[in-house]
Design a binder for this molecule. Structure first.
Ligand code: SF4
Ligand code: SF4
Ligand code: SF4
Length: 432
């Protein structure tokens, strides 16, 4: 985000923040492990867009030395690419998120979730204020059939209460673990994504494909927003993020009515990474006990992580691609396709498995993958997109947006395949 945009959002440099950070928060404690090697710098959209005024290693240095930041923290788009690049697996994005939590600014998305259990369609209105297209908005609203029960929203109100301190729920840091290979069962739980509001067709086509593959999908209106997007927008703290993730895992297990492993599938990599992070944290019995002490208030108990498995629909389709091939009605040979894997999926796996799966699926259709910056760049982030709309700078493309746009014309790319409704939103709204 450009500094003037960030300042207009009330997010000017705040040098009092570091001193307010709880030093035992695992996100904060990681700062002292930073080598100052700078490996993360070339991967960081925040650094690129600010002409390297924002540097991830300057964030870790200031926190490790407990001194003022002197940095615009809203330059961070919360892509978590730093965690993938870092030889020590340090997530500077998570550290910046702890700073957002210390800042406690306006939090409309947190209020939406607290009151309705989800982000209602009107929460996306900022993205329509420039286009002023009420018809398009109404059509999408009609296609957005997400319902959350009043009882589920009430549970969230009880869990949220006054802002719970991350330290009350996350007592111990856990090293990131690459997610295990998950077998695809005949019946899965279908997670719903608030962020897919703009594209009701994503969930519909996912359901259609799962149906063609003979995979049954159960859902529950007791499932709430996973709180991934509000968390990365800086409105929901780590404790609430983990509590909501754990609560939704219990909803999944009770809906699947199985004594074995309950497997959930969703279309959104931010939901996927939310549940993966929650499962990682729950591996530590201390964290699980702290989470359950809170969940007991709403009559729930999260079981050990081995009881739950999470998949992005991309992984399901890739695992069953031989069957999918027989469903291809006509070859897309001749189509030139760019491939973009979301940063959040890559951050959850810390490897290229998602990218390889996308490539295999594209080749299943007969289309040709054209290597380009789409393969490697972050899209720029939904957080940055919201910032542009809110500050009236919608039409000013970022460097990443321009690189994508140039690649599209230079490499004659007909369409771009993504795994993320958020990336799709960014590319669509920047008309690239
Ligand atoms: S966060 Fe990691 S990659 Fe970045 S400077 Fe520190 S040790 Fe190096
Ligand atoms: S989360 Fe992304 S933008 Fe933020 S510091 Fe890490 S790489 Fe940079
Ligand atoms: S929208 Fe997708 S690519 Fe962009 S920051 Fe989020 S996860 Fe990364």
């Amino acid at each position: 985000m450009k500094p003037e945009n960030a300042a207009a959002m009330g997010a000017a440099i705040d040098d009092g923040l570091v001193s307010r950070l709880p030093r035992t928060d695992p996100r904060v404690a990681a700062a002292s492990r930073c080598l100052q090697c700078g490996t993360c710098t070339p991967f960081c959209p925040g650094a690129l867009e600010t002409d390297f005024a924002f540097l991830p290693r300057r964030v870790t240095a200031a926190i490790a030395e407990n001194r003022p930041l002197g940095l615009e923290i809203d330059a961070c788009v919360q892509c978590l690419r730093c965690a993938v690049a870092c030889p020590r697996g340090i997530s500077v994005g998570a550290m910046v998120n702890a700073l957002y939590e210390a800042r406690m600014g306006l939090r409309p998305f947190r209020e939406f979730v607290r009151m309705a259990g989800m982000i209602p369609a009107t929460g996306f209105l900022p993205l329509y204020t420039r286009s002023l297209d009420p018809l398009a908005f109404a059509q999408k609203k009609l296609g957005y059939r997400r319902v959350v029960t009043a009882g589920a929203a009430e549970e969230l109100r009880q869990l949220f209460g006054p802002q719970p301190d991350a330290r009350a729920v996350v007592l111990a840091a856990v090293d990131h673990r690459p997610p295990p290979a998950v077998p695809v069962p005949d019946e899965v739980y279908g997670f719903q994504s608030c962020c897919a509001f703009n594209y009701p067709g994503i969930a519909a086509s996912s359901d259609l494909l799962l149906d063609r593959l003979g995979i049954g999908v159960r859902r529950s209106t007791d499932e709430t927003c996973c709180c991934g997007a509000p968390h990365y927008l800086g409105e929901i703290g780590l404790a609430e993020h983990v509590l909501v993730g754990a609560r939704n895992l219990t909803v999944m297990a009770e809906t699947m009515e199985t004594g074995g492993v309950a497997t959930g599938v969703g279309v959104c990599p931010t939901c996927y990474s939310t549940y993966r992070e929650t499962l990682d944290l729950l591996e530590n019995p201390l964290n699980r006990a702290a989470v359950n002490a809170r969940l007991e208030k709403v009559g729930r108990t999260v079981e050990p992580p081995s009881r739950y498995a999470i998949l992005h629909v991309l992984q399901v389709l890739d695992a069953r691609r031989d069957e999918l091939r027989s469903e291809v009605a006509g070859s897309l040979a001749g189509l030139r396709v760019g491939i973009h894997l979301s940063c959040h999926f890559r951050a959850a796996t810390r490897d290229d498995r998602g990218y390889r799966a996308l490539r295999r699926l594209v080749s299943t259709t007969g289309a040709r993958h054209v290597p380009s910056v789409y393969d490697t760049n972050c899209c720029g982030g939904v957080k940055d997109l919201f910032g542009r709309y809110l500050t009236g700078h919608r039409d000013e493309p970022s460097i990443l947006n321009r690189e994508a746009s140039d690649a599209r014309s230079r490499d004659a790319i007909d369409l771009v395949v993504v795994d993320c409704p958020g990336c799709m939103l960014v590319y669509d709204h920047q008309e690239i």
